[in-house]
Design a protein around this ligand. Structure first.
Ligand code: NAD
Length: 456
């Protein structure tokens, strides 16, 4: 009998398996595919590797601005794909080794809760049943699509396929301008593909501050991405030369359509019905203090949890909460108020805490401070002055949320994570000295302005 059996070896599942080591729990981890899950195998890591290739390409393309002469860059797509695969393979191998050193028993196969345990069906059909004192479901998510757009992996694809394209597409329609759609649009345009980006809502990056969407939108225009917001696409038609994507009275022909309209939880077939765990549109409701489902010794973490962000780092934190409760009976609830969210477009858009609209909706009287990166020395040195910082504070109170747009926004957002998490007043956060010259200074200046004592 194991102390814990975990179904799913992505960030939620593998983090739970690794963290259990702190308490000496005996753990079995069941994975039907490769260890690492969406994030490592077909999400964060490969996507950011492609974005890094695009960034290097642009550095070379713009080098003469910096007084460095070079020839026009050309992209060796197969070499970039090989580097992506090498990075993913290395991390999967590293994870597998780490699990081994932590004494985690890894079972390859499909895990399903049955009477008396967790049944694992291997690819050859052989089954074993594992007994467990506690079970963690961490089965993750898969790309969704929209009516008319049947994913065939060739002309109509999801991010799963796009990460493994063997050649660069010339013309791409991206449907959905959330994190996935915006990141692919940015990457593909930076390496010279023609990109049409369609978003049903009235701004790109709909969950983010409008100032961030505008700043990223300006950079998208410079990349010649054709952005269509408030636009629904009609069903596509295959033509001899590509795919016709209709919208309004118009249409565009592309070589491939990438559908990025969200991710659906994977909870079917896991045997939830056998134990009485019901789902809400496929998501599993949990007690946020402990990550327990309605069945006390069955926990859920990661993308399948109802009402929490589908982010790898949230999965990690939920895994820690679940394992802490299983091992000690104590709670270690996830602090969802201060979760950084980063969209790795170029420039990046990063946010933490509440947006202005969310704060107002929650009844706060707010004070908002906006600051541009135009006058920030390091941003000028980088040749990237289109960034913004926005801080939302409760009137005469603490910082509730913040947003940064800049090529390194994903790194510098973390100081604002502490400000939001520790409920710092703008004046308290502004009292610390930011090093000069840095991008973080743009945040320092915004904090000074939010404390009503601007400097520059
Ligand atoms: P998403 O929900 O973030 O964005 C999907 C977008 O598609 C939305 O803006 C939505 O309005 C739009 N949309 C839906 N139907 C449409 C239609 N018919 N026509 C045009 N637009 C339409 O989903 P995603 O970008 O697919 O990402 C899935 C999940 O993975 C999200 O939770 C996201 O946060 C997470 N993710 C995060 C990162 C990151 O943190 N960098 C990267 C990738 C994915």
């Amino acid at each position: 009998m194991h102390d814990v059996v975990i179904i799913g070896g992505g960030p939620g599942g593998y983090a739970a398996a690794l963290y259990a080591h702190n308490f000496g729990l005996s753990v079995a981890l069941v994975e039907k595919d490769r260890l690492g899950g969406t994030c490592l195998v077909r999400g964060c890591i490969p996507a950011k590797t492609w974005l890094e290739t695009a960034s290097v390409y642009q550095t070379v393309a713009r080098s003469s601005e910096f007084g460095v002469e070079s020839s026009e860059p050309t992209l060796d797509w197969p070499a970039a794909l090989a580097r992506k695969n090498q990075i993913v393979d290395g991390l999967v191998k590293g994870l597998s080794g780490l699990l081994k050193t932590r004494g985690v028993e890894v079972h390859e196969g499909f895990g399903r809760i049955v009477d008396g345990g967790i049944e694992v069906t291997a690819s050859d059909g052989a089954t074993t049943t594992l007994a467990a004192k506690a079970t963690i479901i961490a089965t993750g998510s898969v790309p969704r699509t929209i009516p008319g757009y049947v994913i065939d992996g060739e002309r109509i694809v999801s991010s799963d396929h796009a990460l493994d394209w063997t050649r660069q597409p010339d013309r791409v329609a991206v449907i959905g301008a959330g994190a996935i759609g915006a990141e692919f649009a940015s990457m593909l345009a930076d390496v010279g593909s023609e990109v049409h980006l369609f978003e049903a809502l009235d701004q790109i990056l709909p969950g983010m501050e409008p100032e961030a969407a505008k700043a990223v939108g300006r950079s998208f225009r410079k990349k010649r991405i054709k952005v269509k917001t408030s636009t629904q696409v009609g069903a596509p038609h295959m033509s001899a030369t590509g795919v016709m994507v209709p919208f309004g009275d118009d249409s565009v022909e592309v070589d491939v359509v990438l559908v990025a309209v969200g991710r659906a939880p994977v909870t079917e077939g896991v045997g939830l019905e056998t134990i009485g765990v019901t789902t809400d549109r496929g998501f599993i409701p949990v007690d946020p203090e402990t990550m327990q489902t309605v069945v006390p010794n069955v926990y859920a973490v990661g993308d399948i949890v109802a009402g929490t962000p589908q982010l790898a780092h949230v999965g990690f934190a939920e895994a820690i909460a679940a394992i802490t409760h299983i091992a000690t009976g104590e709670t270690a609830p996830v602090d969802y108020r201060a979760v950084p969210m980063i969209v790795y477009t170029h420039p990046e858009a990063a946010s933490v805490g509440l947006t202005e609209a969310q704060a107002i909706e929650q009844g706060f009287e707010v004070e908002v401070t906006n600051h541009g990166m135009r006058g920030v020395g390091r941003a000028i040195i980088h040749g990237e002055t289109g960034g913004v910082v926005k801080i939302v504070a409760k009137k005469d109170g603490p910082i509730l949320g913040a947003t940064v747009v800049d090529p390194v926004a994903g790194e510098v957002i973390h100081e604002l994570m502490y400000s939001v998490g520790w409920e710092a007043l703008p004046s308290e956060a502004a009292a610390f000295i930011h090093a000069h010259p840095t991008i973080s200074e743009g945040i320092g200046e915004t904090l000074l302005a939010a404390a009503k004592r601007p400097l520059h």
